[in-house]
Design a protein around this ligand. Structure first.
Ligand SMILES: *Cc1c(COP(=O)(O)O)cnc(C)c1O
Length: 733
């Protein structure tokens, strides 16, 4: 349980709060009122954070549940309170509204905003079938199926109520202009998740727009169920509109006043169409559109851009939305078409609208997600080069540090404040470091045992399932005797993330003979643990996943049983946490420079686990020679041609060879000189925790937003910024 031992137990009565929109659980009425007051204050000093996906599963971080469990609270005499407690203790702990790094980053960001008391709210969609669930069959590969989940029973989610009729849900009305002058109004419900700070003294509300109402039109329904449904371009376009068009009606109904809208990727950019329309209306009243000039529209867009802050997350083309003009014209107001013609034109493809280009044009600030990504983005969008700044990603340290590691940090005097101040790890030295080292080693061993036990139990389950289902176990090991399964203490490398071709999950198996020869000549075993989903429409991504399965037996045989490769289906945040703390090294093998940041490696670093990585994304900043881990592969200059994802541009042969070259020294450090390996772990704590956490990132965002915060809070936040500024070269670079 991730809570400090000194904490006084909570009283349930202090965790209930209420306002016009319902009764909620998790923070006191006083905290609730303070936050709501800030979000509705006329000064507008708050941010509305907009994201297509948010990953913040309660099973990896939930301070309220931790408090209930810590206090051994199982029931309550008051039936309303008892209902809430039962829901918290026994409800499902997964909210499958994310697909990968973008969503998890959003969740981690909001948690740090809550911890640092940054006035913020978030807006996303509620997908009744979430992101797809994955089954893996060794013959077929990935099989995707719809996820079933029930927002109604999920702890920490509350459907907002209608203030005039509390027995009914709140309904917001959202305008869509399907090629008409006057809007079609679509109704939606709103769910609120409270992202509560580790100290329970603040929160960030996440508002999830739920379009799946029984009488919603068919075109809304088909776009509302699944995150990143790619069945057709029109569904994709509608999903973007459903996010962008809901923002203003929602803020309006709630009375929220945020002056800043932060677009986490360009998905919500259509909010600017509504803002520009509003500006034109405010300036010209009901004047007919054909009497408004292009210059007037551009002037209105200029005023709107002062509200928008934009984060671009990837140089990969699939991450940038483009829609054919023909398709988009059929679903937009004719004013929107004029705005799009002026601001969303694509430099290369004249018959398409480019939403990334539009986001580049309409904003007051743009940031990329690492220093290298900044340089790449400037090359991709030279017209905006001097606006593009770096704010390197981070992860929420309280979410990703394992319980066993947390217990070690709790016992270390110089880390006393680590929960509220991750920068304190930079002072770890001397006697404290010496005392921590053996404890960290023991905690690591325990986390590794837990992971290996989990994997072996899975192998067994798959073997048994085969008898009842038609599914062939995804792992070759399931068919071998249990004595051949995984052993704790064997050097274990983890790799888990979305299966996209540029991430090259299969890179290190490019030459299985060479890999096997290394293991045999050193006589050292390795476990390779892989997990991740390929988007259902991404056939090349699915092929890479299948290749991982196909390589298992060959590796096992060629290496005489020294190399064991296991695929774990159903990657999610809980599995991520188990992996990043239980493995001995984290592998990252993307094609440079296509991994804009990468965050799973930061989660490993939070636990002291060294990375073995291509010099891409955050690792360019987090790698310190001989200290935090290993690098391999191409690290030369980055040119336009390097952005290609064509198979022959993916540098498999060269980068795989570089991995094989690096491997013997890594094995030697782990098996023969474990003190050098442990020193690398301590260096990750010292050098990487203080920087690659979302508290530091949030502090940089606060500066980007230009929020005026009370002085004591500003000073607290400034401490994180002083340690590292992504735009400049930090103290260690
Ligand atoms: C952290 C995380 C990711 C992102 O991993 P990258 O290495 O940045 O691609 C994806 N999925 C889950 C479930 C995660 O926890």
């Amino acid at each position: 349980m991730n809570i400090p031992s000194s904490d006084s137990p909570v009283r349930i009565e202090q965790l209930i709060c209420t306002n016009r929109f319902g009764t909620f659980f998790g923070v006191s009425q006083q905290v609730f009122d303070r936050v709501w007051h800030q979000l509705t204050s006329p000064d507008g000093e708050s941010v509305a954070y907009v994201s297509m996906e948010i990953g913040a599963d309660p099973d990896v971080f939930h301070p309220v549940m931790d408090r209930l469990e810590h206090a051994r609270i199982r029931e309550h005499a008051n039936s309303q309170l008892d209902g809430l407690v039962q829901k918290y203790l026994h409800g499902p702990r997964k909210i499958p509204n994310y697909s990968g790094g973008l969503g998890v980053l959003a969740g981690d960001t909001l948690k740090s905003f809550a911890d640092l008391h940054v006035p913020a709210l978030a807006i996303s969609l509620l997908y009744r079938e979430g992101y797809f669930s994955q089954i893996v069959d060794s013959k077929v590969g990935q099989i995707d199926h719809a996820t079933r989940w029930t927002p109604e029973t999920t702890p920490s989610l509350f459907q907002l109520r209608n203030p005039e009729a509390p027995e009914k849900p709140l309904v917001i009305e959202i305008p869509f202009y399907n090629g008409q002058l006057h809007p079609t109004v679509v109704k939606a419900h709103v769910w609120m998740k409270l992202e509560i700070s580790g100290q329970l003294d603040s929160f960030v509300p996440e508002f999830l727009i739920d379009y799946s109402l029984p009488d919603s039109p068919a075109w809304v329904m088909e776009s509302a169920h699944q995150l990143y449904n790619a069945k057709s371009a029109i569904i994709k376009a509608n999903q973007r509109r459903m996010l962008g068009s809901a923002i203003l009606p929602l803020l309006d109904v709630l009375g929220c006043t945020s002056r800043t809208i932060h677009l986490n990727e360009q998905h919500g950019i259509t909010v600017t169409l509504h803002l520009i329309l509003q500006e034109l209306h405010d300036t010209f009243g009901d004047v007919a559109l054909d009497r408004i000039s292009d210059a007037d529209i551009l002037a209105a867009a200029e005023r709107v851009s002062r509200k928008i802050v934009y984060t671009i997350h990837t140089p990969v083309k699939a991450g940038h939305d483009r829609f054919s003009r023909e398709l988009y014209s059929a679903i937009s107001h004719n004013a929107f078409q004029r705005i799009l013609n002026l601001l969303a034109h694509d430099e290369e493809i004249s018959h398409e609208y480019n939403f990334t280009a539009m986001a580049m044009r309409i904003n007051r600030a743009i940031n990329s997600v690492s220093r290298l990504h900044r340089d790449v983005t400037k090359k991709q969008f030279p017209a905006f080069a001097n606006k593009i700044k770096a704010i390197t990603n981070g992860v929420h340290h309280l979410t990703w540090i394992s319980e066993q590691r947390a217990a070690c940090f709790n016992q270390t005097p110089s880390l006393r404040s680590w929960r509220t101040d991750p920068s304190c790890f930079c002072t770890l030295a001397g006697q404290d470091a010496a005392d921590l080292a053996p404890k960290l080693e023991e905690a690591w061993r325990a986390d590794n045992r837990q992971l290996i036990a989990y994997v072996n139990a899975m192998l067994k389950r798959h073997r048994e399932q085969m008898i009842e289902t038609w599914i062939d176990p995804p792992n070759h090991l399931s068919s071998l005797p249990e004595t051949e399964w995984l052993q704790p203490g064997v050097f274990t490398i983890g790799f888990a993330r979305r299966f996209s071709t540029y991430k090259r999950a299969d890179l290190i198996f490019d030459d299985i003979d060479r890999l096997s020869d290394i293991l045999i000549s050193l006589n050292r075993p390795i476990n390779f643990l892989f997990a991740g989903k390929a988007h259902p429409a991404d056939e090349p991504g699915k092929s890479v996943l299948k290749l991982i399965l196909d390589n298992q037996e060959e590796l096992y045989i060629r290496s005489k049983g020294l190399g064991k490769l296991v695929f774990i289906p159903g990657y999610d945040m809980q599995l991520a946490k188990l992996l990043v703390s239980g493995v001995h090294a984290w592998l990252n093998s993307p094609k440079r420079p296509l991994e804009a940041s990468g965050t799973s490696g930061m989660k490993a670093a939070m636990n002291g686990v060294p990375n073995i990585s291509i010099m891409d994304g955050w690792w360019v900043e987090g790698y310190h020679e001989g200290q935090t881990g290993w690098k391999f592969g191409y690290e030369g200059p980055v040119e336009e041609a390097d952005l290609s994802e064509a198979p022959d541009a993916l540098l498999y042969t060269e980068d795989a060879a570089a991995f094989y070259q690096a491997l013997p020294a890594i094995l030697e450090s782990f098996y023969d000189r474990p003190e050098t390996y442990l020193e690398r772990a301590l260096n990750n704590l010292r050098l990487n925790i203080p920087i690659f956490n979302t508290h530091r990132m949030a502090a940089e965002y606060v500066a980007q937003y230009g929020l005026r915060l009370p002085q004591d809070q500003e000073e607290l936040i400034d401490r994180f910024r002083r340690l590292y500024l992504s735009e400049e070269n930090g103290p260690h670079n």
